[in-house]
Ligand binder design. Structure first.
Ligand code: 5GP
Ligand code: MG
Length: 179
């Protein structure tokens, strides 16, 4: 696996200090309310596990899967949620957690569904933000780091289901996914 990585861009040590700092910031801003954490699986699971273990405020955890159906190269993506009914967080403050913000389609669509179902508030939280123009108007309220527009793996992020267990984030060698 390691031999498929062109360059490590975030080390294991950097990940842990960034995630701990972000967890402390989020909990300071949500003191006194039970946070309803809604995570998008599978990519977010390592980030999620580290993030919530550094929080000592009361929270509830929900997980969902999001499947995207993009009309070719159009930005009109439809995103289908499964494994979770957004009505479960009606009237509650929600922290929506994903691994990485790229086009923005996933986070935008899930956030809209939570809002339409009556969530009291929805804050978005991602481990990484890609430096690129979003296809829809969505930004992360919380993130650990902005990275260049490269395909990365590790710390939950996969390529065809592999590399999620790498403890660092690295750029995947192009020869791995180009013919
Ligand atoms: P978006 O809907 O913002 O375009 O993309 C979000 C999803 O695309 C992420 O949850 C993630 O699964 C996937 N994704 C986007 N960029 C990358 C990347 O660089 N590496 C990996 N492994 N997945 C990515
Ligand atoms: Mg994902």
């Amino acid at each position: 696996m390691q031999q498929d990585i062109q360059k490590v861009i975030i080390t294991e040590g950097e990940i842990h200090s960034m995630v701990r700092a972000l967890a402390h910031r989020i909990q300071a801003e949500h003191n006194g309310e039970t946070l309803h954490v809604v995570a998008i699986y599978d990519g977010s699971i390592l980030f999620l596990a580290d993030l919530i273990r550094h929080m000592s405020i009361p929270l509830r955890l929900y997980g969902l899967r999001a499947k995207s159906y993009f009309g070719g190269t159009q930005s009109t993506g439809r995103v289908e949620i499964s494994g979770f009914d957004p009505a479960e967080v009606r009237g509650q403050p929600v922290l929506l957690v994903d691994d990485i913000l790229d086009t923005g389609l996933t986070l935008h669509a899930v956030r809209r569904q939570l809002e339409e179902a009556g969530a009291m508030s929805v804050k978005t939280c991602v481990f990484l933000c890609k430096e690129r123009i979003r296809e829809v108007p969505v930004e992360a309220d919380y993130h650990c780091r902005t990275i260049p527009d490269e395909f990365v793996v590790g710390y939950g992020l996969d390529y065809r289901g592999l590399y999620r267990n790498l403890p660092f984030v690295g750029i995947l060698k192009r020869e791995v996914y180009l013919p």
